[in-house]
Design a protein around this ligand. Structure first.
Ligand SMILES: Nc1ncnc2c1ncn2[C@@H]1O[C@H](COP(=O)(O)OP(=O)(O)OP(=O)(O)O)[C@@H](O)[C@H]1O
Ligand SMILES: [Mg+2]
Length: 485
């Protein structure tokens, strides 16, 4: 396949970045110029007339994203790739809103950049221009976090705000699924219409259809007057179908029909009514598994899953924990609670937690700490007081699942020492870890020796009486010791 060559202007105030990018692009046969400021960029655009502009956002003489919309308006053939270290939802949405072809967060991957360049040039050659909607975007974005998986989420959000594609938001409880749905609504052209949420798990099964599609007077016992359904309430806006995995099969069938026809018939009604609603669904369930069990319609899944957005669990992006923790302290202060800061060591300790409740758990914890802590700064001791138990149990969970117990204990102990938590090790943790490891060790040894306690005691290097006491303590039956399945 022959590659399209182009004239490319690379703009970054860091000369090293300019060199790296221009060398890579030149090697592929492109003609490249570089610039280090907005002023130089203006001059080069006029003189060099590039096909493609690759530009940084923070430049010494201003914001490199502000006038991208105008540049594209002046030359609708110009393709623009934005590079930025800001890495927020705001940058992603602004870049897309200004009509940029692609937004690449820094540090960027050179392969990804050259792929984006090739794609931009080929689209330019085929002459299809992107629609732009430069809606106003506030600085105060709801979603926080700059980790790579979140940047991927931001880029997807930025790509879908301007259209009506069905979205399926996936992720564990508390990862921000509803927040993402709201962000898509609030950033898009439907923002002045309602955002209506309905939680399938929170409504009695037999009422779901009436709630969604509305009902006529007398449609069922207790239907004393006509009632508008969520579809009708969301007209012109967005309907958020939360916990879609909990939707009963009959309601799924009816929902599918509505999505196919674009028309809703109320329960007990006869006349279908056209609806104009964007659908965003969410679930923490494994829908393909539900499909396999016959509990979710496959055709409905494909309808809803046009663009999937998978939210990472917080433990998959622990680098975001300090930033989120401080954001929640700030949020609490803005809601009238005392303003608290977080020490760096405390932030590092928070990163060690497993966060089974994800961002919601972190938010609740920071609120609790705001109220409970008397000092202005939240430090390691304060975190220890509220997280000690869950920290130790998280360790047990990790240990139970770890193949190499030694390695897991070692890593955890090193982590704790690194953040100055030798006290956790001293304070009963040793006992707890032992309580996890020892019964497994005893059980396995006995199993291997067919329950022979004399040999097991000798093998383990302990007195027979000690072994017997431990077996009683851990409630292990030596005749039927633990066996691996
Ligand atoms: N990236 C984020 N930045 C800031 N706040 C967040 C972020 N993600 C989640 N939150 C906050 O965490 C809480 C939980 O988020 P949300 O209700 O959207 O989660 P969810 O995935 O819908 O959870 P569930 O499955 O339990 O309904 C909310 O208070 C939300 O504001
Ligand atoms: Mg939710």
């Amino acid at each position: 396949m022959s590659r399209l060559m182009g004239k490319i202007l690379v703009v970054d105030d860091d000369p090293a970045i300019c060199v790296v990018i221009s060398e890579a692009l030149k090697r592929q046969g492109h003609v490249v110029r570089t610039a280090g400021s907005i002023a130089e960029r203006q001059a080069a655009l006029a003189a060099f007339k590039p096909d493609l502009l690759v530009t940084d956002v923070m430049l010494p003489d201003g914001d490199g994203l502000d006038d991208v919309g105008e540049l594209i308006e002046a030359d609708p053939n110009l393709k623009v790739i934005i590079l930025s270290a800001q890495n927020t939802l705001n940058t992603a949405v602004r870049a897309t809103g200004q009509g940029a072809f692609e937004y690449l967060p820094k540090p960027f991957d050179l392969n990804e950049l050259t792929r984006a360049v090739a794609e931009a040039l080929s689209i330019r050659a085929s002459g299809s221009g992107a629609e732009t909607d430069s809606g106003t975007v506030g600085e105060d974005m709801p979603l926080h976090g700059r980790s790579l998986p979140m940047q991927e989420v931001y880029r997807t959000i930025a790509r879908v705000v301007g259209n009506d594609l069905n979205i399926l938001v996936l992720g564990e409880s508390g990862t921000g699924k509803e927040l993402v749905a709201e962000a898509i609504h609030n950033l898009g052209p439907r923002r002045n219409h309602p955002f209506i949420a309905i939680n399938m798990a929170a409504i009695p099964r037999e009422l779901i259809e009436a709630e969604l599609f509305g009902y006529e007077k007398g449609a069922f016992t207790g239907a004393l007057a006509r009632s508008a359904g969520k579809f009708e309430q969301a007209e012109g806006g967005t309907l958020f179908l939360d916990e879609i995995g909990d939707m009963p099969m009959e309601a799924q069938t009816r929902l599918l029909r509505v999505l196919q026809s674009g028309e809703v018939t109320t329960v007990g009604g006869t006349r279908p009514v056209r609806v104009n609603v964007r659908i965003i669904a969410a679930t923490n369930k494994d829908l393909p598994a539900l499909i396999a069990e016959g509990r979710f319609r496959e055709d409905l899944f494909y309808r809803l899953n046009v663009v999937p957005i998978r939210l990472p669990a917080l433990r998959e992006r622990t680098g975001d924990v300090p930033l989120l923790a401080r954001y929640f302290l700030d949020l609490a202060a803005r809601h009238g609670l005392p303003r608290k800061s977080l020490s760096d060591q405390a932030a590092a300790l928070l990163e060690l937690h497993d966060w089974p409740g994800n961002v919601r758990e972190l938010q609740n914890l920071m609120q609790r700490l705001t109220v409970l802590t008397r000092d202005k700064e939240i430090n390691v001791e304060h975190i220890g007081e509220v997280l000690a138990i869950s920290g130790a149990s998280a360790a047990s969970v990790r240990l139970a699942g770890a193949n190499d117990v030694r390695e897991a204990v070692g890593r955890w102990a090193r982590d704790l020492l690194a953040v100055g938590r030798s006290d956790v090790l001293a304070d009963g943790l040793h006992e707890q870890l032992l309580g996890v490891v020892e019964p497994v060790l005893l059980g396995e040894t006995l199993a291997a020796l067919d329950g022979n306690q004399i040999r097991a005691a000798a093998t383990l290097g302990m007195n027979r009486n000690t072994l017997r006491k431990k077996l009683t303590h851990y409630d292990i039956d030596p005749a039927a010791p633990l066996r691996r399945q």
